[in-house]
Design a protein around this ligand. Structure first.
Ligand SMILES: Nc1ncnc2c1ncn2[C@@H]1O[C@H](COP(=O)(O)OP(=O)(O)OP(=O)(O)O)[C@@H](O)[C@H]1O
Ligand SMILES: [Mg+2]
Length: 246
């Protein structure tokens, strides 16, 4: 049976896709779900050429307690560039058919898949093929991670428009790294404005999480904060199947 899932995209690189994806994995595992993670294309990897390590995938696999590393991150590049550019420099290619094959394999192992994109929707993976195209082929709804401060209206609406034009299903928006004290007027007003203008559900916001460290795979209080502040049921959509706790 095809697993349910969500594709985590963002308004930009570094906006918090991995943090949100890991938070979701931690919470769903806690609910007893068999949750799988995937970072289909990873750039800025380190290590030996034949064993390039994708940091995001390592963090997500730890959060979800997954094991299938080659399936989780099938397309890896050393340069921190758009994948199509990194591929050209490294004389490799982004093999979409292989990514989709790995995705189908993972679907067999898990009930719910969390897939993290690379950059935003319009990052090129190869000629005439963007992250948004991959999402379409995977058939997953998207969750947009954004920031709430000045500039967020423009970036979030551009992302929503790009998704709508390409026929993607929008599950919602999460704002990351919102201030809990000393918030700006923009942070205070932007979420409602973005909701009113786009009609996309706002599923919560995350503050800076204490003790979180991607380099050393520390989650700090991410699970508890995610549970408290994010509408997880709405991310799941109609998916309610509970697998036995492993
Ligand atoms: N809620 C948070 N609390 C504390 N630190 C955070 C939070 N969100 C993000 N960060 C910090 O910002 C960095 C970037 O976040 P993250 O790696 O999740 O972004 P990303 O969108 O996945 O980036 P990329 O495009 O490289 O995949 C993290 O390494 C982490 O240090
Ligand atoms: Mg990431």
């Amino acid at each position: 049976m095809k697993a349910a899932g969500i594709f985590i995209t963002g308004t930009d690189t570094d906006v918090g896709k991995t943090v949100v994806a890991a938070g979701l994995a931690l919470v769903l595992r806690d609910r007893g779900l068999k949750v799988g993670v995937m970072k289909p294309v990873a750039t800025g990897c380190y290590g030996l050429e034949e064993r390039l390590i994708p940091q995001d995938a390592a963090f997500l696999m730890e959060a979800a307690q997954n094991q299938f590393a080659p399936l989780t991150s099938p397309s890896r590049f050393r340069n921190p560039l758009a994948p199509s550019v990194a591929a050209m420099l490294e004389k490799k290619e982004v093999n979409i058919q292989n990514i989709l094959k790995c995705y189908q394999q993972l679907q067999k192992h898990y009930d719910f898949l969390i897939v993290e994109g690379v950059g935003g929707l319009m990052v090129p993976l190869k000629k005439d093929y963007y992250v948004a195209n991959l999402i379409r082929e995977m058939g997953l709804p998207i969750l947009i991670v954004s920031y709430a401060g000045l500039g967020a209206i423009n970036h979030t609406l551009l992302t929503v428009d790009a998704a709508v034009i390409r026929g993607l299903e929008l599950r919602g928006i999460i704002f990351n790294r919102v201030s809990v004290t000393n918030y700006s007027l923009a942070e205070l007003t932007n979420p409602k404005v973005i909701h009113d203008l786009s009609g996309v559900p706002i599923l919560g916001s995350l503050p800076d999480v204490e003790g979180l460290n991607l380099d050393s795979c520390q989650f700090g209080s991410l699970k508890e904060i995610f549970q408290e502040r994010i509408q997880v049921d709405k991310i799941l959509g109609g998916f309610t199947h509970l697998a036995p706790r492993r």
